[in-house]
Design a protein around this ligand. Structure first.
Ligand code: GDP
Length: 325
């Protein structure tokens, strides 16, 4: 599961002008800081790196906006050669023309040293914009970036856009999609998840990185934000109940019994969580017909799910082992 055979880490580079929200995003997604507490964050003044180990080893490097691009002390070329994705953050609540100029300068430079890079643009802080204005802003930014790429002769470069805010789940959704692009085995994983869904009446299944709540894979049915939220929140509940957080942080493979947890929702669906390898957990919503959770039928259905999920876990272990060879 290593995207670049010469490099152990898949690296994501976070860039954007000063105050665009880079530090806030890192702190909220990777350090569980409450979004409101980011108001008092110091602006980034030197490059910082977050390493986190999920299905792949990931580094997220945050570069301050005011950093001089061609400063000789900082080896940009080497850095840019090694990264999988450039995540550029635009503050949508501010005048963004300067940001767009900065972005196209970075793209034209980066493209020369690393033409395979994924360019991901976060149109950020959209919580402050009305529904209509969000779409207008997105359209305007996409249009301008497109024109700019055309001028630079880079119309072949793939650039993706996401509307994000740290005040809701959109930032996790964006990071999930960005990270998924860096996982080579994604199609195989999605196939396995589809099989699990099919055989066990799951409505939706996510393979989550427990610490960040980024999902590294999901089955092929569309992601509905409410289901995502229910599953992500279930991780928190389980962590509180079970110390799952400590477990996944400390051990490579789960020691002893893996954490499993179920919870019945009012509408009859059941939330299901099962700890996997490398800080990952499989979390899903499953519909079990028999509503009495003490009945034999319910228990049998659950055992079958556990059995299949253990098979999935075994495949995950094999995938991981083989990818390391
Ligand atoms: P950096 O200089 O790019 O690292 O930017 P910071 O992370 O310091 O963020 C600058 C300001 O933007 C802070 O006051 C944050 O609270 C605010 N901010 C970050 N993300 C969001 C967001 O999604 N919505 C809103 N409304 N404010 C945000």
């Amino acid at each position: 599961l290593i995207p670049d055979p010469t490099n152990e880490n898949a690296t994501i580079l976070l860039m954007g002008l000063r105050r665009s929200g880079k530090s806030s995003i890192c702190k909220v997604v990777f350090h569980k800081l409450q979004p409101l507490d980011t108001l008092y964050l110091e602006s980034t003044s030197k490059p910082t790196t977050e390493n986190f180990r999920s299905l792949i080893n990931l580094s997220v490097i945050e570069l301050p906006g005011q950093l001089n691009f061609f400063e000789p002390t900082y080896d940009h070329e080497k850095l840019f050669k090694s990264i999988g994705a450039l995540v550029y953050i635009i503050d949508s609540q501010d005048e963004y023309l300067n940001a767009l100029t900065n972005l196209s300068m970075i793209i034209s430079y980066i493209y020369k040293v690393n033409p395979k890079i994924n360019v991901e643009v976060l149109i950020h802080k959209i919580d402050g914009l009305s529904e209509d204005f969000r779409l207008d802003t997105q359209r305007d930014i996409m249009q301008r970036v497109g024109d700019e790429l055309l001028d630079l002769g880079l119309e072949g470069l793939q650039v993706s856009f996401y509307l994000t805010s740290i005040f809701d789940h959109s930032i996790y959704e964006a990071f999930s999609r960005i990270i998924q692009k860096l996982i080579y085995e994604l199609p195989a994983l999605e196939n396995l998840l589809d099989l699990l869904v099919q055989y066990n009446k799951f409505e939706k299944l996510f393979l989550f990185d427990v610490n960040s709540k980024i999902y590294v894979a999901t089955d092929s049915s569309p992601v509905d934000i409410q289901t995502y939220e229910a599953c992500a929140e279930f991780i928190d509940v389980t962590i509180d109940l079970d110390g799952l957080y400590g477990d996944v942080k400390d051990s490579d493979e789960s020691k002893g019994n893996p954490t499993k947890c179920i919870s019945r929702l009012q509408n009859g669906s059941v939330l299901y969580l099962h700890q996997m390898i490398r800080g990952l957990a499989l979390v899903g919503l499953v519909r079990l017909d028999n509503t009495d959770q003490f009945s034999m039928e319910f228990k049998n259905a659950l055992s079958l799910i556990d059995f299949n999920v253990n098979v999935f876990k075994k495949s995950l272990e094999d995938m991981w082992k083989n990818s390391r060879l």
